[in-house]
Design a protein around this ligand. Structure first.
Ligand SMILES: C[S@@+](CC[C@H](N)C(=O)[O-])C[C@H]1O[C@@H](n2cnc3c(N)ncnc32)[C@H](O)[C@@H]1O
Length: 239
């Protein structure tokens, strides 16, 4: 495993993913019934933006740093505010030196009745995550392959919840694992919500996910894919 999320923490893709994550969890908070968060590829939990890895590509500068300085519209501002509040809580001195990953963002939105389970295979990242969630009775970090944990952890005892699947896509089979893992989990826990994060670099790869998404109400997936197809068609017309 070569992937190190610290290089990419807080970049524009991380920001979009985490805004969506926060939107889903704040929606789940609207009902008092408990929810469960299952983070299959959790990462280290907290990233040092002043550190060597984050500093090398400086990806966070065009992601979270830019967003924090932006003047948001009256529509976007309230939607993004809960996410920005969480990032600010990790930077109490007003600057921006720390960036929370998905398990710590999810943890920030758990109420006493909610639970989080986070899988991380890479030992150093897992050690950091265990440290960040030490003595936390609502969050559990497991040394398990996220693809194995996914079907094993659903359905949890809670009826509602969220599965975040955010693999590094280092291996060619990860699109297939995403499609089959999602389909299997959804069949076992249809009342759960699913956030699948994947690069839409090639059409072929995206199309492989369609059968799994098509069996569900994956509206977000479908609309993103359709938008991409429309853009590609209009680009073809331009030439
Ligand atoms: C894209 S990063 C996760 C970022 C995190 N979800 C976030 O939003 O902050 C992917 C993580 O998955 C871990 N990983 C890779 N293969 C895994 C597997 N099979 N099971 C669990 N974790 C894995 C990597 O070590 C890496 O930390």
């Amino acid at each position: 495993m070569n992937y190190r999320h610290a290089f990419h923490a807080g970049n524009f893709a991380d920001v979009i993913k985490h805004i969506v994550l926060v939107r889903i969890l704040t929606y789940l908070q609207e009902k008092p019934a408990a929810f469960r968060v299952i983070d299959t590829h959790a990462g280290a939990g907290i990233y040092d933006l002043a550190g060597e890895e984050a500093g090398r590509g400086g990806e966070w500068l065009t992601g979270i740093a830019r967003l924090m300085q932006a003047r948001l519209s009256d529509t976007a501002g309230p939607l993004v505010a809960p996410y920005l509040d969480i990032v600010r809580a990790f930077n109490p001195q007003r600057g921006l030196t720390a960036y929370p990953g998905s398990p710590l963002i999810a943890r920030a939105l758990l109420r006493p009745q909610d639970r989080l389970v986070a899988c991380e295979l890479e030992p150093i990242a897992r050690k950091h995550l265990v440290g960040a969630l030490r003595r936390d009775t609502q969050a559990r970090v497991v040394d398990l392959d996220g693809w194995v944990a996914l079907p094993a952890f659903v359905p949890p005892k809670e009826r509602r919840g969220l599965v975040l699947i955010d693999p590094p896509f280092e291996r060619k089979d990860e699109f297939d694992r995403l499609a089959s893992g999602f389909a299997e989990a959804f069949a076992k826990w249809p009342t759960g919500s699913y956030l699948l994060w994947y690069p839409a670099k090639t059409w072929r790869a995206v199309l492989r996910l369609q059968p799994a998404a098509g069996r569900t109400n994956a509206f977000a997936w479908n609309s993103a894919w359709r938008r991409r197809r429309r853009m590609a068609r209009s680009r073809r017309r331009d030439f």
